[in-house]
Write a protein that binds this ligand. Structure first.
Ligand SMILES: C[S@@+](CC[C@H](N)C(=O)[O-])C[C@H]1O[C@@H](n2cnc3c(N)ncnc32)[C@H](O)[C@@H]1O
Length: 245
């Protein structure tokens, strides 16, 4: 794996196209509304800014956005977009990288907390977010809730997509909260394969990480349009706040 991690040039080149559903304005706008309200008149820091799916429309709202990402290839895509050169980005690991300034909002979306594959790194990420926040500032995470109830006893694989020319299988290591997402597809008559490791993490564990970093849960919703979070929720958007002073 090179310095760009799993999001190297080959992934970055088709990221927006491959994540087209996530670029749909019906998905992006509620997220940007939610985040703009929390940022208020302060600045926002996006951990894992990628190609700017959320950062660019948030900046268009007048929020000053700074990003961190380890993939120069992804950030190059952001730079090439209108408004992309107006967003400061620091290349580095979002768990540990410090940037200058303080922020009213730090956010980490699209399941990316799971790209940190150890509990220690995830705790470090919370501490780093808290370290960037002004008193009263908030840290927001958007992440899925693992569908472990769909995994029969003794099985470790769950097919999350099956089709004529594309398959996706999640391979679980339940003892370690580990998950490898395998993607298989046919391209020009050849079978291609890409796998990415994650550490899935429960909402209650995230609350404990926030507590270790000196923050408290303020809100938890199923999604950006503030649907109630319930036992059936397959995702959550959580907001932790740093004490006001
Ligand atoms: C699924 S993309 C999300 C990008 C963007 N936030 C979005 O919503 O479209 C994940 C991003 O996280 C970055 N990333 C993964 N692990 C990282 C780490 N430990 N430090 C910094 N960036 C990381 C990848 O380079 C990639 O740009």
């Amino acid at each position: 794996m090179d310095a760009d991690g799993y999001f190297d040039e080959s992934v970055a080149a088709t990221y927006d196209e491959d994540s087209a559903e996530r670029f749909d304005p019906a998905v992006v706008e509620p997220a940007v509304n939610f985040l703009a309200e929390l940022a208020g008149s302060g600045a926002a820091l996006e951990s894992a800014i990628g190609t700017g799916r959320i950062a660019l429309p948030l900046a268009e709202r007048g929020v000053s956005v700074h990003g961190i990402d380890m993939s120069a290839a992804m950030v190059e895509r952001l730079r090439a977009k209108p408004g992309g050169d107006g967003i400061a980005v620091t290349i580095g690991d979002f768990a540990t990288t410090r940037v200058d300034g303080s922020f009213s909002l730090v956010y980490l979306v699209y399941n990316t907390i799971g790209n940190l594959t150890t509990q220690e790194a995830q705790v470090t990420c919370f501490r780093n977010a808290a370290g960037h926040l002004e008193p009263g500032g908030t840290f927001v995470i958007e992440v899925g809730v693992q569908e472990l109830r769909r995994l029969p006893p003794g099985e470790s694989g769950h097919v999350f997509h099956g089709g004529e020319d594309r398959w996706g299988i999640d391979e679980y290591d339940v003892a370690r909260q580990g998950l490898i997402s395998h993607h298989f597809w046919i391209q020009e008559g050849r079978a291609e394969h890409f796998s990415m490791p994650f550490r899935y993490v429960w909402p209650s564990e995230l609350d404990l990480m926030a507590q270790l970093a000196g923050m408290q849960l303020r809100e938890r919703w199923t999604g950006w349009t503030k649907e109630a979070f319930t036992s059936e929720s397959r995702s959550h958007v959580s907001v932790w706040a740093k004490p006001s002073g």
